[in-house]
Design a protein around this ligand. Structure first.
Ligand SMILES: *Cc1c(COP(=O)(O)O)cnc(C)c1O
Length: 476
């Protein structure tokens, strides 16, 4: 067989595997039955000297990798934020890898660059942001958030880019967040030399939302103490409960004090394309930067996170540094390497384009609505039963809840629900995760896979009951 025929045959084999994978989830445990170190022990301790047949490589993928994988694409994966890769996007990934462009300069990747620009426009219109917002695609919200905060730091006019932040007299810079802000903001503060302790935890209301009056007083307190506010981070869809900070009130405070407002909408931002969720992004038109993750709830496989900024040039001023060998002299083009840390960048826009075209926005909206509706149904089952308790409002597709067996000492509930989580996940039938709300342990069921149906949610409810009853004998 010639080289081309060989590639075709191998691809067809992989294609058959992918198709089967997506259509027969029942063949897999969601959470694998594997001990730490087991996979490592099954691998040779050095790379092979000679080529091996593709069949053997694929066989080992099936034999070693697949059974030791936590199956994020499984419709009964309900942990963290449930996601799913649309098959069209999986094919786009193969095609992007085939082209293997490094999307840094327009001339190294004209199509990748302009498709990225187009996808940012499509997304901006879908979620209803004003036209002045422009941006780029990054790998994760963590990096997109870091990039936004780096621009916020540069926008202070302290000349930190040129002079650095050491060996000179600078005010203490402060970032305002809440206990429900995602941890990457603290990591960005660490990496940017702001310091973890200068991420101010503004208090939340009883629905886990930032309290604007507490924000205002924290800022005033810092100003009186000679500190300099650098950024406010508000969240649309917090990671624990999907609570939505009151952006309009927060934006007004940001404007009064001229502080950069960053909105983290990593998970929930895409719901902004539903007319009934227009309120979600309300006030975001006042933000300086906004992150959302198509790799979370837009059926795009890892990784794809977008950052919108009000002033794109601010990003360029923060990050552009062009070595001689990359000077291109093309007029009027975007060179995306100028807008972040990364030089070579993946062709991520391709999978976004494939997803939009393969699904269409009508179908995407319907799927998001189904997820929200299934979460509401699950929450109604929980709320209707005296043995269970809903622990937070569920504006989107995540429900926080716990088991409250009659007569159990309240002191025991945390340990009991932690044991329940372990028992449920050990079945391999479903996979859920947990959080802590107001000091109390909460189970979390997140719906976000395009292949999840109500019968998958019913199965989760059945497994939860079964495991809860099997734990009744636990000493109290
Ligand atoms: C998931 C999540 C993140 C982190 O996303 P990555 O893309 O994995 O870095 C940040 N913020 C919020 C609100 C999230 O839900």
């Amino acid at each position: 067989m010639d080289g081309q025929g060989r590639i075709e045959e191998d691809f067809a084999r992989v294609g058959r595997w992918v198709a089967r994978y997506f259509h027969h989830p029942e063949e897999f445990r969601v959470f694998p039955d594997v001990r730490p170190g087991e996979v490592l022990a099954r691998l040779p301790d050095r790379a092979p000297e000679d080529p091996e047949p593709f069949e053997d490589i694929l066989r080992d993928f099936e034999r070693i990798v697949v059974p030791a994988t936590t199956h994020w694409n499984h419709p009964r994966f309900f942990a963290y934020f449930a996601t799913s890769a649309d098959p069209a996007a999986v094919m786009a990934e193969a095609l992007a890898a085939t082209l293997d462009v490094k999307a840094m300069l327009w001339r190294t990747s004209p199509a990748a660059t302009e498709l990225e620009t187009a996808m940012m426009i499509w997304l901006r219109r879908l979620i209803g942001l004003p036209e002045q917002f422009t941006g780029a695609i990054y790998d994760t919200a963590s990096i997109a958030g870091f990039t936004a905060l780096a621009a916020a730091r540069e926008a202070l006019g302290l000349d930190i880019r040129r002079r650095g932040a050491t060996g000179r007299d600078l005010p203490t810079l402060r970032i305002y967040a809440t206990e429900h802000t995602h941890s990457h903001i603290a990591k960005a503060a660490i990496a940017l030399g702001i310091g973890h302790s200068n991420v101010v935890e503004v208090s939340c209301d009883e629905r886990f939302r930032m309290r604007p009056e507490a924000l205002e007083s924290a800022i005033r307190h810092d100003l009186r103490s000679g500190m300099q506010p650098m950024a406010i981070v508000a969240t649309v869809g917090t990671t624990s409960t999907t609570s939505v900070d009151p952006i309009p009130g927060i934006a007004a405070i940001a404007q009064t004090h001229k502080i950069w407002l960053h909105v983290d909408a990593a998970y929930a931002g895409v719901a902004g394309m539903l007319p009934e969720y227009e309120w979600l992004m309300e006030g975001c038109e006042q933000a300086d930067s906004i992150v959302l993750n198509p790799h979370k709830w837009l059926f795009v496989p890892m990784d794809c996170s977008v950052l919108f900024v009000r002033d794109f040039d601010q990003l360029r001023q923060t990050f552009s540094l062009v070595p001689e060998y990359l000077h291109a002299g093309d007029d009027g083009v975007t060179n995306y390497m100028d807008y972040g840390l990364q030089l070579g960048r993946r062709f991520r826009a391709l999978k976004l384009w494939f997803v939009f075209r393969a699904l269409g926005t009508r179908r995407i909206r319907e799927t998001l609505r189904e997820h929200v509706a299934m979460a509401a149904t699950f929450a109604s089952w929980v709320a209707a039963d005296s043995q269970w308790e809903v622990m937070a409002p569920h504006p989107l597709s995540v429900v926080c809840f716990r088991h409250v067996p009659p007569g159990m000492d309240p002191e025991q509930l945390d340990a009991h629900n932690a044991a329940l989580l372990a028992a449920v996940n050990a079945t391999g039938e479903i996979f859920i995760s947990h959080t802590v709300l107001g000091g109390r342990y909460a189970l979390r069921l997140a719906i976000g896979n395009q292949r999840s149906t109500l019968s998958d949610v019913e199965a989760a409810w059945e497994v939860l009951w079964r495991c809860a009853e099997s734990l009744e004998g636990v000493p109290r």
